[in-house]
Ligand binder design. Structure first.
Ligand code: ADP
Ligand code: MG
Length: 379
């Protein structure tokens, strides 16, 4: 049984925890970084520290300011206010090509009239590196990104989507940057190839030890690749945490709902109990640190109770829908009675085994829930 401390108040988002955790100077520090476009704040007073060697991922709804933030970090745009420090040095006004960083875009931005080798070595040419040395470096990088050496002279237009992706990656690595930025590099790629490239990018991160700052709108990508995930909303960062923590310990409903399917119930503190009015449920002898708020619980925390089985709280109802997820399936339950009104009673998301004996739509079941498996948030 898990500890009985139950769901506490979610800790405040803390960028400074990043620095104390490993002691060293952060690779990047952002202090009050803001970008205004015609009166609206695309990025709004962001404080953040990204550690040396970290795989740091930024997620958030479309338009929340992810690309704008990344462009400032890469030197492609300047903050309207605030400071960006690269290893302690203020770089607000240092252009992209003078920073030890490189960027991989979703569009890839390859030069179609050039060979693979010339694309990869482009930054080196700009720096005046001799052709022979450039091609030697390009050949080494082809190997790093798992492309055949013979590709060096191939027109980049003859490469497949996945190959072009690898060329873009090799090109970003050519100048041996300390920090790599990625803006949704895999979002235009089909699912199977995307999985493969995820593994390769993650492996590249491990092998090079460089700092990766990565934007994606694919949550599962963020979960499998990242050391930490930052969630943006309307120009602000609302939570920064390792993937499992941001999933299991969200600090708000918004974070909980953004990071995956979740139950959200209004919770009220009463004498010696926490009640969930929408479900007519009570957890006796539990408490929450505010008069009211919300309890959030992932579907996998709600277990199917067999005949005679017990749990701290049980929700009885009828299965209205189901979705198979491998060996488990998510069920949507219409809970019985006792709610404020039948219309306001929320659908309950649970997860049960997907085996032949599992009940299906129309079946009446009971789901069990422990208070300690819920998270309390006030907003
Ligand atoms: P995301 O990458 O999270 O989808 P963006 O950073 O691209 O979001 O955009 C954040 C907000 O800033 C949006 O409202 C967008 O319209 C606005 N924006 C971004 N770039 C510009 C620009 N160059 N000029 C004006 N508005 C912009
Ligand atoms: Mg974007």
């Amino acid at each position: 049984m898990s500890d009985r401390s139950g769901p506490g108040v979610a800790p405040a988002t803390s960028a400074s925890a990043a620095r104390t955790a490993d002691g060293g100077e952060p690779a990047l520090s952002l202090v009050g970084v803001t970008r205004v476009f015609g009166g609206s704040r695309a990025v709004d007073a962001v404080d953040l520290e990204i550690r040396e060697g970290e795989f740091f991922t930024i997620v958030g709804p479309s338009g929340s300011g992810k690309s704008t933030l990344l462009r400032m970090l890469a030197g492609l745009d300047r903050p309207s206010a605030g400071d960006i420090l690269l290893r302690g040095r203020r770089v607000n006004d240092v252009p992209a090509n003078a920073r030890p960083t490189a960027m991989v875009f979703q569009s890839l931005a390859l030069f179609d009239h050039m060979s693979v080798g010339d694309n990869i070595a482009f930054a080196l040419k700009m720096r005046g590196v001799a052709r022979l040395e450039r091609m030697e470096r390009a050949r080494a990088l082809l190997d790093v990104v798992h492309l055949p050496a013979a590709y060096i002279d191939k027109p980049v237009t003859q490469c497949s989507g996945g190959e072009r992706q690898r060329v873009a990656l090799a090109r970003a690595l050519a100048s041996d940057p300390e920090i790599l930025f990625f803006d949704e590099p895999l979002s235009a790629i089909d699912n199977r190839l995307r999985k493969l490239l995820q593994v390769e990018i993650k492996e590249l991160h491990r092998r090079t030890g460089k700092t990766f700052v990565y934007i994606t709108h694919a949550l599962e990508e963020a979960m499998v690749m990242s050391d930490r995930v930052a969630l943006m909303r309307a120009g602000r960062i609302v939570q920064v945490a390792p993937p499992l923590e941001i999933y299991d310990r969200p600090t708000s409903r918004f974070v909980a709902e953004f990071m995956g399917e979740v139950n959200v119930w209004r919770a009220v503190r009463e004498a010696g109990a926490v009640t969930l009015p929408e479900l007519g449920l009570a957890f006796p002898s539990e408490t929450i640190p505010a008069p009211e708020g919300f309890l959030v619980a992932r579907p996998e925390k709600l277990a199917l109770l067999r005949e005679g089985g017990a749990a701290p709280a049980t929700i009885a109802g009828t299965i209205v829908d189901e979705f198979v997820l491998g060996s488990r399936k998510q069920i949507h339950l219409r809970p019985d009675g006792a709610g404020e009104s039948a219309r306001e009673r929320p659908t309950v998301f649970g997860e049960i085994p997907a085996d032949a004996a599992a009940p299906g739509p129309g079946a009446r079941v009971r789901l069990g829930l422990a208070f300690a498996d819920c998270r309390f948030v006030t907003e």
